[in-house]
Design a protein around this ligand. Structure first.
Ligand code: GAL
Length: 424
C-alpha cells in the first residue's frame, strides 16, 4: 500500500475509532469548545453528533456537550444567562433570532466578520438569513438551518387504511377527524406544554394572513389585537381541543411524535424537526408519513433559523470558535446536518436533488422571497424574548381553561404588546 492510499485509510479508521470513543477522544484533544444547546431528541442528538465529529476530524477540536433539555429553549436561555452572570460562560451557545441582536448590543457575543468575509457568507446565504445573523452591520452567529413551523404531519399508512384523505381545508380536516375518532384514533397529537400550544396557535393565526401574523407579533400593531381575526384564531385553537387526546398530556414534542409514528394518532402540527425524528425512527417520507402545509397557510413559510453564537467572554478560544463557525457554513455540513435535523440549508445553492420532498418544498418557498417568509413568534424570530414569553403564557392559560374568554385574552395580549419594550 502506498503512503497516499494508506494515509486516508488510516485517517478514516482513526475517525471511526474517535466516533466510537467520542468521550475519550474529546478529552485527549488539545482544545475543546463547550457548546450549550437544547437539542435532546434522537434526531437532534444525531445532528449535533455530526457537527462534533466533523469538528474533531477536520480541526482536531473537541466538542464538550452542555445540553439543557427545554423544548424550544426557554430553560437553556435561563441557564445560559445565569452562567454568564457567574462568569462561567461556555464558548458556544445556541442563541436564536432576535436574541442574537440583543446580546450583540450588550457586547456578549464575538463578531464573526472575518470568518464571514473569508467564506463570502453574504453571497452564499439566503438574504433573510444574512440579515438575521447581523447586528448593526456585524455578524454575530453561524447559521445552521431553517425550520418550517406551519407543517401538518400525517401518518400516511393509517390514513390509507381508514380511507381518510389528506385535508386541504379545515372543513375537510373536521370530517377526517370525526372519522378517525370513531375508529379509536387520536386525530391530532398535541401536548399542553406552553411553547407547543403556542406553536399550534401561531400556525392558526397564519391562516388569517401573513401580514396579520406580522402585524400581531413582529410589528405589534395595537389594532391587530382587537381585530376579529385574532378571535377566529383563538376560537379555532379551542375548538381543536376535542380532537386531541383526553386529557391533553404535557409531554415533549418527540413523545407526541411517537404517538403519530405508532399509528395511535393521525395528524400533528409541528416544526419540521419532527420529520428528522420520524426518519431517525426508521420511517420514510412519502411512504410511512407525509407533510403538508397547515390548511390555509400554503403560501407562507413560518420560519425559525437555528444559529450558534460564540461568547465574547471566551476570547482565548477565538481561533477554535472561528473554525467551528466556518465548518457550520461549509456546504457539505449544511447538506448532511439538515438532512438529519429535518430543516433546510441556509444557502442560496444547496444540493436540492439530495433533499426529500418536504425539504425541497420548504426551501423553494422560503427562497421565493420576503412575501412568503413569516418569522416565528415562539422561536424568537419575530419579537423580544420577554414579549414572546408573556404571550406564550397568556395563550397557554387560555388553552388550559375554557372559562377564560376570547375577549379577555385579546385584551391581555393587547396589553402585553402595548406595554412591553420595543428595542429596535
Ligand atoms: C427549536 C429549535 C429547533 C428544534 C426545536 C425543538 O427552538 O430551533 O431546532 O430543536 O426547538 O427542540
Amino acid at each position: 500500500m502506498t503512503e497516499t492510499t494508506f494515509y486516508p485509510l488510516r485517517k478514516a479508521m482513526c475517525q471511526l475509532a474517535c466516533l466510537l470513543l467520542s468521550v475519550a477522544c474529546g478529552g485527549a484533544r488539545a482544545e475543546s469548545l463547550q457548546v450549550l444547546h437544547w437539542w435532546k431528541s434522537v434526531s437532534e442528538r444525531k445532528a449535533v453528533d455530526l457537527i462534533a465529529a466533523r469538528l474533531a476530524a477536520e480541526s482536531d477540536i473537541g466538542w464538550h456537550d452542555s445540553m439543557i433539555p427545554s423544548g424550544s429553549g426557554a430553560g437553556a436561555g435561563i441557564v445560559l444567562r445565569s452562567r454568564m452572570l457567574a462568569n462561567d460562560a461556555p464558548e458556544v451557545a445556541q442563541v436564536n433570532g432576535i436574541v442574537v441582536r440583543d446580546w450583540a448590543r450588550l457586547h456578549l457575543l464575538l463578531d464573526l466578520d472575518a470568518v464571514a468575509a473569508a467564506g463570502k457568507w453574504d453571497k452564499q446565504l439566503l438574504p433573510t438569513v444574512a440579515e438575521a445573523i447581523k447586528s448593526d452591520g456585524h455578524v454575530y452567529a453561524a447559521p445552521i438551518g431553517i425550520h418550517r413551523m406551519n407543517t401538518l404531519f400525517y401518518n400516511r399508512k393509517l390514513l390509507a387504511r381508514l380511507h381518510v384523505a389528506v385535508p386541504a381545508s379545515w372543513a375537510q380536516f373536521e370530517q377526517a377527524a370525526a372519522k378517525l375518532q370513531q375508529a379509536g384514533v387520536v386525530p391530532l397529537a398535541q401536548s399542553s406544554e406552553p411553547w407547543q400550544v403556542t406553536t399550534l396557535f401561531e400556525a392558526l393565526v397564519l391562516i388569517e394572513g401573513g401580514d396579520f401574523h406580522r402585524d400581531l407579533f413582529q410589528r405589534r400593531h395595537a389594532a391587530a389585537y382587537t381585530d376579529p381575526r385574532l378571535a377566529t384564531a383563538l376560537q379555532r385553537l379551542r375548538s381543536l381541543k376535542k380532537w386531541m387526546g383526553n386529557p391533553i398530556a404535557e409531554r415533549s414534542w418527540d413523545e407526541s411524535m411517537r404517538e403519530l409514528a405508532d399509528g395511535r394518532a393521525a395528524f400533528m402540527v409541528m416544526g419540521d424537526w419532527a420529520k428528522g425524528e420520524l426518519v431517525s425512527r426508521g420511517l420514510n417520507v412519502d411512504e410511512d408519513f407525509g407533510c403538508t402545509a397547515v390548511p390555509g397557510t400554503e403560501r407562507y413559510h413560518l420560519y425559525n433559523i437555528d444559529t450558534l453564537s460564540m461568547l465574547a467572554a471566551r476570547e482565548p478560544h477565538r481561533a477554535a470558535q472561528e473554525k467551528l463557525a466556518a465548518l457550520i457554513m461549509s456546504p457539505a455540513l449544511q447538506n448532511d446536518y439538515n438532512q438529519i435535523k429535518g430543516s433546510i440549508p441556509v444557502l442560496r445553492n444547496p444540493a436540492l436533488a439530495k433533499m426529500d420532498s418536504c425539504a425541497r418544498a420548504s426551501w423553494k418557498l422560503f427562497a421565493s422571497g420576503a412575501e412568503a417568509q413569516v418569522p416565528s413568534l415562539v422561536h424568537r424570530m419575530a419579537t423580544e424574548e420577554i414579549v414572546r414569553d408573556a404571550i406564550v403564557a397568556e395563550v397557554h392559560r387560555y388553552f388550559l381553561d375554557d372559562n377564560v374568554s376570547v375577549a379577555d385574552t385579546q385584551r391581555r395580549l393587547g396589553t402585553i404588546a402595548r406595554t412591553l419594550i420595543k428595542s429596535r
